[in-house]
Design a protein around this ligand. Structure first.
Ligand SMILES: Cc1cc2nc3c(=O)[nH]c(=O)nc-3n(C[C@H](O)[C@H](O)[C@H](O)COP(=O)(O)OP(=O)(O)OC[C@H]3O[C@@H](n4cnc5c(N)ncnc54)[C@H](O)[C@@H]3O)c2cc1C
Length: 444
C-alpha cells in the first residue's frame, strides 16, 4: 500500500435524494462504532462487495468476528442508487470480441453473483422486486441496430448464449414506447429495487458480522497490525482487512492513478395511474440498456408502475459534483423522458439523484491481496450488482485460502492499467466522453 491519504473529499457524501430508498419504509440503521474494539476481520464499505465478503468470511469462519464499517447507511451509496440491472453477460468494457475466453470468465463470475443473490433473496424473503425479466439492449435507428446490435448478436453467438432480436411493432408491444427501432433481448438479467436489495442484504448478515453504519474509516494502518481510525479517535483493529469501498479506496493510498471515478444520474417517476398505464401499453417490469452504453439512457418500467431513467456520465475525479451540473442533468432527464414517452406528458420525474462509481481503463477490477493482511475488492466497472457480489465472496475465499475454482477467473481479469497524470488524464477522459456522445447523438 502507498502512504495513506487524509483528504475529507475522499469520503462518501451521498445526499438524501435517492428515489429507490425514498419509496421504501423507514429503516433504522445500526449504531455507529463508538468504542475501540478488536475483531478477527475488518471489512470497509457495505456495498455489494462488502456485504458479500462479510457474509462469506462469517460462513467460512463461524467462530470468528467480522466488523463491517459503513460510512453512510446501508443502501444509500451506489449500491442503492443504481439502475437495478443484475447483468449476467459481458457489458460495457467487459466486451472483447477477439477474446471469448474473457467473455466466458465474465459470465461465470456474473452468474455466480446472480445465483447467490437469487438464493439470498429467496432464503431471507427480501422484498425488493427481484425479477427474472431479462434485458432489452436497444438501438434507436436501423443504422445503429446494424452496427452495434449486430456486433452484440455476433458476440452472443460466439459465447453460445441465447438471445432474441425484437423489432418494430413486436418491440412496441413489449415496451410501449415507439422510440426504439430494435433490440437484442437476453433473458438472464435480474431487475430489482437496488436500495431494497442492499438494505435486505445488510439486515440479514450472519450473527458473527457486526455492522456499524455511519462509521467512516478516516485512516487505515496495515502494519504492524491492521487498524482503522474512525471519528472521535475510535480504533477498530483486526487480524486482516478487506477493503470494499469502491472508488473511495484512494483515500487509503491504494490503486493510485489506476481508478477513474464517474458520477451518474438517475430519476424515478411517480407510479403511473391506470389510465396512464393503458396509454403506455406494453408489458410490465422491463429494462432497457442503450446500444450506445455511455451516451444513451437506461430505462425501466417497474413492478409498481414507475419509470426509472438513468442518463448522464461525467468524470468526477473529486467524487463530488456541482449543483449546476445536477440542474443541467435534471433538465436533460425531463426532455429525454418526454421524447421517449410522449403519451405520458402529465407524468413528473418525482425523484432525481446522483451516484458515483469507478472504472478502469482496461476494465480490470481492483481485486486481490494488497499487503500481508489487507485485501481489496473494488472498482466495479459499472456492473457491480452481479460482479461485486461475486468479487466480495471470492476475496473472502482468497483471504481464507480455500482454493475456490473461480479465484482463477478473478485473477485472469488482471489489474487496472496505470493512468496518465492530471490534467492530461482529464483532457483524455473528456475527449473520450465527447467522442462517445457524438457517436451516440441519435439518442436524444
Ligand atoms: C446511477 C447509477 C446507475 C448504475 N446502474 C447499475 C446497474 O443497473 N447495474 C449494476 O450492476 N451496476 C450499476 N451501477 C454501478 C453499481 O452501483 C456499482 O457497481 C456497485 O454499487 C458497486 O458495488 P461495491 O460494493 O463495489 O461499491 P459501492 O456500492 O459503491 O459500496 C461501497 C461502500 O463503501 C462505503 N465507503 C466508502 N468509503 C468508506 C470509508 N472510508 N469508510 C467506510 N465506508 C466507506 C460507501 O459509503 C459505500 O456504501 C450504477 C451506478 C450508478 C451510480
Amino acid at each position: 500500500m502507498n502512504a495513506p491519504l487524509h483528504s475529507d473529499k475522499l469520503l462518501p457524501a451521498d445526499d438524501k435524494t435517492n428515489g429507490w430508498s425514498a419509496i421504501l419504509p423507514r429503516r433504522n440503521p445500526r449504531a455507529p462504532a463508538q468504542k475501540s474494539a478488536s475483531f478477527d476481520w475488518l471489512v470497509v464499505g457495505a456495498g455489494y462487495a462488502g456485504v458479500s465478503a462479510a457474509r462469506r468470511l462469517a460462513m467460512l469462519n463461524p467462530s470468528q468476528s467480522i466488523a463491517l464499517l459503513e460510512a453512510q447507511q446501508a443502501g444509500e451509496g451506489a449500491q442503492g442508487r443504481n439502475a437495478g440491472f443484475a447483468i449476467d453477460l459481458p457489458h460495457n468494457n467487459d466486451h472483447n470480441p477477439d477474446n471469448t475466453e474473457k467473455g466466458f470468465r465474465h459470465i461465470r463470475l456474473s452468474r455466480y453473483g446472480i445465483d447467490s443473490l437469487d438464493e439470498l433473496v429467496r432464503a431471507h424473503a427480501i422484498d425488493c422486486q427481484w425479477s427474472r425479466s431479462g434485458r432489452y439492449d436497444c438501438a434507436v435507428s436501423p443504422e445503429i441496430s446494424r452496427r452495434l446490435l449486430g456486433a452484440t448478436a455476433a458476440e452472443l453467438d460466439s459465447l453460445g448464449e441465447p438471445y432474441e432480436i425484437v423489432r418494430g411493432e413486436a418491440l412496441h408491444e413489449r415496451i410501449g414506447t415507439r422510440y426504439y427501432d430494435s433490440a437484442v433481448y437476453t433473458p438472464g438479467t435480474r431487475l430489482v429495487n437496488p436500495a431494497a436489495l442492499s438494505r435486505g442484504l445488510a439486515d440479514t448478515l450472519p450473527s458473527n458480522v457486526h455492522l456499524f453504519e455511519n462509521s467512516p474509516v478516516l485512516e487505515l494502518e496495515a502494519e504492524p497490525t491492521v487498524a482503522a481510525t474512525l471519528p472521535g479517535g475510535v480504533r477498530i483493529s483486526a487480524r486482516k482487512a478487506v477493503l470494499t469501498n469502491n472508488a473511495f479506496i484512494s483515500r487509503f493510498g491504494c490503486f493510485k492513478r489506476q481508478l477513474l471515478p464517474f458520477v451518474l444520474f438517475a430519476s424515478l417517476s411517480r407510479p403511473l395511474t391506470l389510465e396512464e398505464r393503458k396509454q403506455l401499453g406494453g408489458t410490465l417490469d422491463w429494462g432497457i440498456t442503450p446500444a450506445h452504453g455511455i451516451a444513451g439512457a437506461t430505462l425501466r418500467y417497474t413492478q409498481d408502475f414507475r419509470i426509472l431513467f438513468r442518463y448522464g456520465f461525467q468524470f468526477a475525479p473529486t467524487l463530488r459534483c456541482s449543483d449546476s451540473l445536477r440542474e443541467r442533468m435534471k433538465r436533460s432527464h425531463e426532455v429525454l423522458f418526454k421524447a421517449r414517452f410522449p403519451m405520458l406528458d402529465q407524468v413528473k420525474l418525482e425523484h432525481f439523484w446522483a451516484g458515483y462509481l469507478s472504472l478502469s481503463q482496461n476494465g480490470a477490477p481492483g481485486w486481490g491481496q494488497l499487503s500481508k493482511d489487507v485485501y481489496a475488492a473494488v472498482n466495479c466497472n459499472g456492473v457491480g450488482i452481479a460482479k461485486q457480489t461475486a468479487a466480495g465472496a471470492l476475496i473472502a475465499e482468497l483471504a481464507c485460502d480455500t482454493g475456490h475454482p473461480l479465484i482463477s477467473d478473478m485473477m485472469a481479469l488482471g489489474s487496472p492499467d496505470m493512468l496518465p497524470r492530471r490534467p492530461f488524464l482529464d483532457v483524455g477522459v473528456r475527449t473520450y466522453l465527447a467522442a462517445q456522445k457524438w457517436a451516440g447523438r441519435s439518442e436524444k
